[in-house]
Design a protein around this ligand. Structure first.
Ligand SMILES: Cc1cc2nc3c(=O)[nH]c(=O)nc-3n(C[C@H](O)[C@H](O)[C@H](O)COP(=O)(O)O)c2cc1C
Length: 141
């Protein structure tokens, strides 16, 4: 953590692509970066069987506790991989942490990009949590 960083990059990554992109973004923006980890380590099987169901339901998952002072950041970037057409469950857990009224920039990594339906569902999830989306990046890994 840098003491005077005004940008935060917060991300979850299962196989490393989102982490790589998050680190690039953090370097480019002289930002703090925080990797969010699920409390229970997921196997690949679990990711495909249970994780995809959770992702489609837009459910959160238990994550390791992190202490972030969101008031000190002017920009917040949040990154996650797409699972079964939806952000991985840890994305929802990250959104649950963001104070209401904040604005965020989102970036998603996926094999084939996300559909318009997915984008709308994600934006609705955020607006239900009173969080504004100022930028949305769909990146293919
Ligand atoms: C459980 C699981 C489900 C996935 N579902 C999709 C999908 O529906 N569409 C897609 O384009 N890619 C899908 N992928 C591919 C990932 O989104 C892609 O490899 C991404 O870059 C992974 O990011 P990560 O390395 O940060 O975990 C899936 C990968 C996993 C592990």
């Amino acid at each position: 953590m840098k003491t005077n960083a005004k940008t935060l990059v917060m991300y979850y990554s299962f196989t490393g692509h989102t982490k790589e992109m998050a680190e690039k973004q953090a370097k480019k923006n002289n930002a703090d970066s925080v990797e969010i980890k699920e409390s229970k380590k997921r196997s690949k099987w679990n990711a495909y069987l249970k994780g995809c169901v959770q992702a489609r339901k837009q459910s959160s998952t238990k994550i390791d506790e992190v202490n972030i002072d969101f008031t000190k950041y002017e920009r917040i970037l949040i990154g996650a991989p797409i699972w079964a057409g939806y952000p991985a469950p840890a994305f929802n857990s990250m959104i649950d942490m963001i104070p209401s009224g904040k604005e965020v920039e989102l970036f998603f990594l996926s094999g084939s990009g996300s559909t318009a339906k997915t984008r709308n569902k994600i934006k609705k999830y955020l607006s239900d949590h009173h969080i504004k989306v100022s930028k949305y990046m769909d990146l293919k890994s």
